[in-house]
Each structure stands twice: as structure tokens, then as C-alpha cells.
Design a protein around this ligand. Structure first.
Ligand SMILES: CC(C)(COP(=O)(O)OP(=O)(O)OC[C@H]1O[C@@H](n2cnc3c(N)ncnc32)[C@H](O)[C@@H]1OP(=O)(O)O)[C@@H](O)C(=O)NCCC(=O)NCCS
Length: 229
């Protein structure tokens, strides 16, 4: 957190020197300490769980054994929670991988079945309020033959994918490289064609042959106009 920027932002809302200003400043200090402190954000219970790197702001909860969370060390912002199993029902063999230079403003990544996985590619941009569930976490049963029908295996997010705010990615989804998922979409299925915009509930391809850039539109226009000068 940049404290000078934070103080400036607060001083727009609350007059500096007032009790409101100091109360909110202290709240920010405590919040940032809470987010940075592994004592509050990391809980790993069980044998042979492998978590080599945790970016600040990323909470990890693992209950079980032989699980892996491998976030590339180039990832500096990955806010949210990665959870595998729970204390009563531990899991084994689950994997979460996040590729290089990807970022996330806030996501819950939940794995509740053995050997399930969530893969996030390189240079992805995940917005905030995102839910990624590798399993439904409860059973759907065929009433005729009593067979379970909703196994969850893995969710794959390709390289350079932008997931819009408040999107939901359900079990067994696949998003190809260089795609964009519109705000509030529910992705349930495999989208294997790259350079597409997916949107809606359930998400469908709404545009083909597009890419995206993390620059603001005004910055992007400037960059292009400098390049073509
Ligand atoms: C998906 C998105 C990028 C598409 O933008 P765009 O290329 O300008 O697309 P358009 O506005 O031309 O929309 C194309 C079609 O998709 C539909 N659509 C767009 N966004 C949608 C969404 N989030 N949910 C459902 N439908 C959507 C439009 O209604 C339109 O449908 P139509 O062809 O039947 O008229 C944009 O709508 C969006 O959702 N942005 C989210 C941004 C975000 O989350 N920012 C957070 C900061 S990281």
C-alpha cells in the first residue's frame, strides 16, 4: 500500500486532523497488516502440501495432503482466497497454478474434490468479486440409476484472459487464450476458440476476433497514435 496516496485519498473524504480522518487511517493500517500477515491469511493442515510462494493479499487454506498451490513469483497482486477442502472433509492431489504476470483484484478459488485443479495462464487479469469453483461441492444424482452426475475435474483459464468483475466460473470450464469474460457472466462449459468475448448467464460467445489491453482506453489510443506517428 502506498501510504502517501492512501492519506491523500482519505483527506479528500475526511478533513485531515479530524477524529474521522485518524479513525479511518488506523483502520487502513490494521487492514493492511491483516492482509500482509501470514498468521491470518495462511492455514495449511496436512502432509506434503506444497506452496512455494504466496503474494501479499492472497489467503490460502488447505486441508488435506499432496496439494499444490504454485503461483509464479512474478505475480505481485493476487487478492482473494484459495481454498482446498475443509477441516471435516480434507482433499488430496488438488492443484492451483497461476502463470507469470497474472493479477487478481479479488477471487474465491475453491476446490472440494480430490485431484481437481484450477489453472490460470500467463498475463491474465482477473477483476474483483470473482468465484471460481472447481466442483459444485454438493451432489446431483440421476433419479433413475442413482449415479452421480456432477463430477468436477478442472477449470482452465488460458493465457492473456481478462475475467470481468463479479463473474462466476463453474466446474470443468475452459477459456481459450486471449478471451474476455463480460461482467457478471456465468461460465459453464468449454470455450476453445481464442480471441473471443464471452458474456451472459450462461456465457456465450458474443464477439469473435478481438483482443484486449490492460491500458485505459484513453492511454491505449495515445499509445497507438504515438506508434503510428
Ligand atoms: C464484455 C465487454 C468487455 C464487452 O464490451 P464491448 O466489446 O464493447 O461489447 P458490446 O457492448 O458491443 O456488447 C456486445 C454484446 O454483448 C452483450 N454484453 C456485453 N457485456 C455483457 C455482459 N457483461 N453480460 C451480458 N451481455 C453482455 C451486449 O448486450 C451486446 O449484445 P447484443 O450484440 O445482443 O447487442 C463489456 O460489456 C464488459 O462486460 N466489461 C466488463 C468490464 C469489467 O469487468 N471491468 C472491471 C475492471 S477489471
Amino acid at each position: 500500500m502506498n501510504w502517501e496516496q492512501e492519506k491523500e485519498r482519505l483527506s479528500v473524504k475526511y478533513k485531515p486532523g479530524t477524529w474521522r480522518y485518524y479513525v479511518h487511517l488506523w483502520a487502513r493500517v490494521i487492514k493492511s497488516w491483516y492482509h500482509k500477515s501470514p498468521a491470518f491469511s495462511v492455514r495449511i493442515e496436512g502432509a506434503r502440501n506444497y506452496v512455494p510462494y504466496i503474494p501479499p493479499g492472497c489467503k490460502i487454506q488447505i486441508f488435506g495432503q499432496d496439494n499444490t498451490v504454485k503461483i509464479d513469483p512474478s505475480v505481485t497482486t493476487f487478492m482473494g482466497l484459495i481454498r482446498m477442502g475443509d477441516p471435516d472433509i480434507p482433499v488430496r492431489g488438488c492443484t492451483v497454478k497461476v502463470g507469470s504476470r497474472s493479477s487478481c483484484g479479488g477471487a474465491n478459488i475453491m476446490l472440494y474434490e480430490d485431484n481437481s485443479a484450477v489453472y490460470v495462464g500467463d498475463e491474465c487479469m482477473l477483476s474483483f468479486g470473482i468465484e471460481i469453483w472447481a466442483s459444485d461441492s454438493h451432489s446431483i444424482i440421476d433419479s433413475k440409476n442413482k449415479q452421480l452426475v456432477n463430477w468436477g475435474k478442472e477449470i482452465v483459464i488460458g493465457n492473456h484472459v481478462w475475467i470481468g468483475m463479479r463473474s462466476i466460473l463453474l466446474k470443468n470450464s475452459y477459456i481459450a487464450d486471449d478471451c474476455m469474460v463480460g461482467a457478471g457472466s456465468v461460465v459453464a462449459g468449454k470455450f476453445k476458440e481464442p480471441h473471443c468475448i464471452l458474456a451472459g448467464n450462461p456465457a456465450r460467445v458474443v464477439k469473435k476476433g478481438f483482443s484486449w489491453d490492460s491500458l485505459r482506453p484513453i492511454q491505449y489510443r495515445e499509445k497507438v497514435s504515438i506508434q503510428t506517428r
